[in-house]
Ligand binder design. Structure first.
Ligand code: SF4
Length: 358
């Protein structure tokens, strides 16, 4: 059956969602544009059950957009710490500030204005419009892409321009004129609960009768995938500089991985850790000893973190050094990337157990 003649999905989806959809997500009570926006940004690349406690903490601290716009970035990064993809938090902050300056402290209610704000793409803008403002707009998040690609048998990777265009056109066509908020939530719910990436529950699905993937038994072929490339491995050196059971951290530049977060100081490639200590921090380190490092998987590469313990004369590691000293008692309150926090705690705990002989 051609896509154009396939039965519209909205009536079956809406009937199913009334009974089986998710109605108790924290951002639904109430679904204001601000709460929808924060939840949509948090949900990018992140599972609902991971997001819920972060969302609740965030709303407890920033119940209104105006409070978020007036906050410092570091406080936002502390609340975001562990959620990953920190550019999202920086964009959230920048957008809140712009809304304060330009939109009287509110999120705009047109697609174009929303899409001009940092970190808000077409699908996120559509979700804010539909779920937050109750206006007709279309979404195409990962769940909607999967449902539509399977229902209409759209082959090919959805991140290519041509497939993206086809999916957007189907998404526009399927979005009903009425009950747009309920439909938007319903297609996300179906993708999250039944039309899952692996082993979709087609026998319980309200779209099963007309679904092209199901009728041909080719659910696993949609959406298509790009051939997997082996992830490149990037090696980086970090300095471990310790004083009085605390370790030196620096704030990273606002862009790139872990942008704006506190991190062990990164030693530029090809620079000897001892020379770096001298040049950057102004104390003469002895020969650096390599400590056990760690690996961390990012979406597009694997980080191999190597750690150089820089010994300086204790008296020379003074307060003039720029940065923040963190130990076990204050690490949880700082905006640290999760693998760095884990590494810091593990090393300090190991040290502690050695010194107490346990
Ligand atoms: S029938 Fe199966 S593949 Fe088709 S939309 Fe429903 S869950 Fe997805």
């Amino acid at each position: 059956m051609a896509a154009a003649s396939r039965r519209p999905i909205a009536p079956s989806l809406l009937a199913w969602a009334g009974q089986h959809g998710r109605h108790d997500l924290p951002w639904q009570k109430p679904a204001t544009p601000y709460r929808v926006w924060v939840s949509e940004i948090m949900l990018q690349q992140t599972r609902v059950d991971t997001v819920i406690p972060y969302f609740e903490r965030f709303m407890a601290r920033f119940p209104r957009l105006t409070l978020l716009g007036k906050a410092g970035l570091e406080e936002i990064l502390v609340l975001w710490s562990g959620l990953g993809y920190y550019a999202r938090a920086r964009h959230l902050h920048a957008t809140a500030r712009l809304c304060l300056e330009v939109h009287r402290g509110l999120l705009p209610a047109t697609l174009d204005e929303l899409m001009r704000l940092p970190g808000i793409g077409r699908s996120t803008a559509g979700a804010i419009m539909a779920l937050g403002h109750g206006l007709r707009a279309t979404i195409l998040d990962g769940n909607a892409k999967r449902v539509l690609a399977r229902y209409h048998a759209v082959a090919g990777p959805p991140d290519t321009a041509e497939i993206r265009r086809r999916l957007w056109s189907l998404a526009e066509r399927e979005t009903p004129r009425e009950q747009v908020a309920a439909y938007t939530q319903a297609i996300m719910d179906l993708g999250a609960t039944l039309c899952t990436r692996a082993r979709p529950s087609c026998s319980s699905c309200p779209l099963a009768q007309n679904c092209a993937a199901r009728t041909t038994g080719r659910q696993a072929h949609y959406p298509g995938k790009r051939p997997a490339n082996a992830k490149p491995c990037r090696e980086r050196w970090f300095a471990w500089i310790e004083r009085d059971n605390a370790v030196l951290f620096e704030q990273r530049p606002p862009v790139g991985i872990w942008g704006g977060l506190l991190c062990l100081p990164e030693i530029p490639p090809q620079m000897d850790p001892g020379e770096w200590c001298n040049a950057r921090l102004g104390f003469a380190a002895g020969k650096a000893e390599e400590l056990p490092g760690f690996q961390h998987e990012f979406t597009h590469f694997r980080l191999r973190a190597r750690i150089a313990s820089c010994h300086g004369l204790a008296a020379n590691i003074g307060d003039h050094i720029p940065g923040r000293w963190l130990g076990t008692e204050n690490a949880d309150l700082a905006a640290l990337p999760t693998p760095i926090r884990r590494y810091l705690k593990a090393r300090l705990a190991e040290r502690q157990s050695r010194s107490t002989g346990r």
